[in-house]
Ligand binder design. Structure first.
Ligand code: CA
Length: 677
């Protein structure tokens, strides 16, 4: 999302909403209530199907007075070569038309008559292929878009979602910089290129991902979005893509030929296949919560008023902060979200979905999404932002909020608790956090460490963002310190630690990520942080040029030691299930904090993972974080400890030596990890 509101701000919205009693208990505003009894249609033949009897159209539009299909030879110019009159089926609210030919290679739009006037043309809401800029649907044979070996293609098997390690990336960020050595810059195909390297010989692209060891990439929006002109790619316009246009077709600017509808489909599948072959899963960022346009959106042009929410007076409500919000609490929209994600999972073998502003959707819809997706592939990981960016007519108790995650089995939410507590609040660039010397965040970091589950030693009343244990399982929490939103970790450290040497910032970066990757829950990182990537201090780079957004791969040589630390951190987590417990009960039993009075010794947290937690080969793991700008000392029980991390170095093979315990001093901004059999 191009801007983000913390759950604390959401809480303010919620309080305001409750006082104004906008949010009615039956969810719909008076304006939207009329849609509850609309006829809906659940068939899988919506909008376009091609079979041996011909080409068939079925548009859902209960209030239309008339409807037609325009057939074109071209994806974006010229007039229709054929216009089909559609026939109404009142029971299902659909309009149908057929021709006996297979119209492969042709394009189509729908048009409805509403309130006595023909509305603008639309490719509908189900176009699985589109012409350039997504204005017309394209009739293609999807079976011919599969890459070689697609029938046997499979993403990684995930037993527990705490095993997933997410790497969030934008197609252009990864490949546009000249130092990427990648030929298909900014394209889906960039991640299909093996053997690419920087001028200094460091691996880039997909080889870099393999070297780092992440399990999944989360790609920023890759459905067809509105902001980039696909007819003018030489302009090389950049956008994050949180402005959805066609939810079921890939974005054209990431393909090598946006004018050929099959190319983007083929190339996105090739990317998925290449990542799967490398053992890496693919998570799509999905933005069903709003559309780029209001009246001009495909939703409004097919079923006016239905898919978006409104206030009682008929104005669009705007919980997305982008002008509108969608109505998952209405049946046809709920099924749309479910069927669209199922389509991506089936057709593109997608391994996970990250829901933007998920709290705009209701918990019932999200539960159904997770249930249906897991029928297709139990390894599919579903998570989202458990907040909104404004008030909504949807009742608070129905929203898929962070605070409601325990009502959603099989779904995880981002923990802004750990994020803001570790590095300082996102709204104030100069604010420091636990890892950069600011006292008072210890209890909130502990909330992150136990993945917001109930724990006898965590006092939730002292939490900065959350006041109760909102997750009933660690598999409901995604821990992170930065993402595409807001300052990168590097920029945040540069602004908040201004005046300190860069080596202190690197130490703080290592400490911050050590907290993320050793915490319970699922760790998540933003692409390039492992090589100290910055965005020149730009916090909202959603349409900034590549010169701000692209990762400079020469950093990988300059910050090789930091990269090696990340790599080892990921390897440590993968090798040791104690960091990946699967139940709140296990965490409460095996994760024991050492007593530290944070009013006397702030910025110090110490805990043990005891008794071969989660089947770990290590009997006990001692984890200590010193976020202070000065050294701090802890007393470790006497014994035969292997040093895993100390003073900014990490290795889990014993190469850092041993310790007999006793008094041990941590360098400023550093983690100490010890293990014993
Ligand atoms: Ca587009």
């Amino acid at each position: 999302m191009k801007f983000i509101f913390s759950s604390t701000m959401t809480a303010a919205f919620l309080a305001a909403a409750a006082m104004l009693s906008h949010a009615t208990s039956d969810a719909q505003s008076r304006y939207d209530a009329r849609f509850i009894d609309y006829p809906t249609y659940s068939g899988d033949d919506l909008e376009l199907t091609v079979d041996n009897s011909g080409t068939h159209f079925r548009l859902w539009s209960p209030e239309a007075q008339d409807a037609r299909v325009n057939i074109y030879d071209n994806g974006h110019t010229g007039s229709p070569s054929l216009v089909l009159t559609m026939h109404h089926d009142a029971a299902t609210g659909t309009w149908t038309a057929s021709v006996p030919e297979k119209l492969y290679g042709k394009f189509y739009t729908f048009q409805i008559k509403w309130n006595g006037e023909w509305k603008n043309e639309t490719p509908g809401v189900w176009a699985k292929a589109v012409g350039v800029n997504g204005k017309r649907g394209a009739i293609i044979d999807l079976a011919k878009t599969d890459p070689e070996g697609w029938d046997n293609d499979k993403g990684p098997v995930v037993n527990n979602f705490s095993d997933v390690i997410v790497y969030e990336m934008h197609h252009r960020d990864m490949s546009m910089h000249p130092s990427s050595g990648i030929a298909n810059k900014g394209k889906f195909l960039a991640l299909t290129e093996a053997g690419t390297s920087s001028p200094l010989g460091e691996k880039t692209g997909i080889d870099h991902l393999k070297e780092l060891g992440v399990t999944h990439v989360h790609i920023l929006p890759s459905y067809d979005y509105n902001s980039v002109d696909e007819t003018n790619l030489q302009d090389n316009t950049y956008n994050w893509g949180y402005d959805p246009q066609n939810y079921n077709s890939p974005e054209g600017s990431y393909s090598t030929n946006p004018s050929d509808p099959a190319t983007r489909v083929k190339e996105m599948k090739k990317m998925v296949k290449a990542l799967h072959d490398a053992g890496i899963g693919v998570i799509m960022d999905v933005v069903y919560n709003h559309t780029a346009e209001n009246d001009g959106s495909n939703f409004e042009l097919t079923a006016p008023g239905y898919y978006h929410r409104h206030w009682d007076d008929g104005r669009y409500s705007d919980a997305s902060g982008c002008g509108n919000e969608t109505a998952s609490d209405l049946r046809q929209m709920q099924e749309y979200i479910i069927n669209s994600t199922k389509y991506w999972a089936d057709e593109y073998h997608i391994d996970g979905f990250r829901f933007d502003l998920m709290a705009i959707h209701d918990t019932e819809t999200m539960n159904k999404v997770a249930q249906e997706l897991k029928k297709i592939n139990p390894s599919i990981f579903v998570y989202g932002e458990g907040w909104t960016a404004g008030d909504s007519p949807l009742a608070i108790e129905k929203r898929a909020l962070k605070e409601n995650v325990s009502k959603m089995d099989g779904i995880a939410v981002f923990s802004d608790d750990l994020r803001d507590a570790v590095k300082g609040h996102y709204t104030d660039a100069k604010d420091r956090g636990f890892a950069t010397g600011k006292p008072g965040n210890e209890e909130t970091v502990k909330i992150g460490i136990v993945a917001a589950t109930p724990h006898p030693q965590v006092d939730y009343s002292k939490g900065n963002n959350s006041k109760f244990a909102y997750a009933k399982s660690p598999e409901m929490i995604v821990n992170y310190v930065s993402c595409h939103d807001d300052l990168t970790l590097t920029d945040k450290l540069r602004k908040s630690m201004e005046g300190e040497p860069e080596e202190n910032m690197i130490d703080a970066a290592k400490l911050a990520q050590t907290i993320v990757f050793t915490s319970q829950g699922t760790p998540f990182m933003f692409a390039g942080e492992e090589i100290f990537r910055d965005k020149q201090g730009v916090h909202n780079s959603y349409k900034s040029p590549d010169s701000i957004n692209a990762i400079n791969w020469e950093n990988k040589s300059k910050y090789r030691e930091l990269f090696d630390y990340y790599k080892e951190l990921i390897a440590l987590r993968k090798a040791h299930p104690a960091f990946r417990m699967t139940s709140a009960e296990d965490i409460a039993r095996h994760l024991v904090f050492d007593k530290i009075d944070s009013t006397k010794t702030p910025n110090l947290i110490s805990y043990s993972l005891k008794d071969n937690a989660n089947g770990d080969s290590w009997k006990e793991i001692k984890v200590v974080f010193n976020g202070a700008s000065h050294p701090q000392t802890v007393t470790v029980p006497k014994g035969k400890w292997m040093i895993v991390a100390k003073d900014g170095k990490m290795a889990h093979d014993g190469s850092l030596g041993a310790s007999a315990g006793g008094k041990m001093t941590l360098a400023p901004y550093s983690a100490l990890i010890l293990a014993r059999q």
